[in-house]
Design a protein around this ligand. Structure first.
Ligand code: 5GP
Length: 120
């Protein structure tokens, strides 16, 4: 929620332009940029611009239109990066057990190589 959201998290700073990013897509509600420590040849982070900590917040606070447009943007970004064929992976970490480091909801897009099996 707005109250728990940490306005000093790194993605909030990127959204405010206080730290730079390698932008690949932006619209009124969505920003996508390359991960600073890529784990695949293509590693892009897609974030909604609103103050959502996790998917739990985004999926319950954002409007149905905003949610639909966000996931449509994820697909379009992957497609525009040329990843549809041979494919890619999307991932969202939640909380400490899920390995979430940045408390602003984000979807990872991984591609550009044959990815390994996703095991815990
Ligand atoms: P999480 O573990 O929260 O799902 O993923 C956070 C991701 O954000 C990590 O892959 C990390 O490399 C990336 N990241 C952290 N700080 C920055 C930054 O300042 N700029 C960019 N572009 N990515 C960052």
């Amino acid at each position: 929620s707005e109250i728990r959201y940490d306005r000093d998290n790194v993605f909030a700073k990127i959204l405010r332009g206080e730290i730079p990013c390698d932008k690949v897509y932006e619209d009124d509600h969505v920003l996508a940029f390359r991960d600073i420590a890529p784990q695949a040849p293509v590693h892009v982070l897609v974030i909604p611009k609103g103050p959502y900590i996790s998917l739990a917040d985004f999926s319950t606070i954002a409007s149905p239109d905003e949610i639909a447009e966000f996931f449509a943007a994820v697909g379009k970004i992957a497609s525009d990066l040329g990843l549809d064929d041979p494919g890619y992976r999307i991932l969202a970490n939640h909380g400490s057990d899920g390995g979430q480091e940045v408390p602003h909801f984000h979807v990872h897009i991984f591609g550009g190589k044959k990815l390994g099996a996703m095991l815990p």
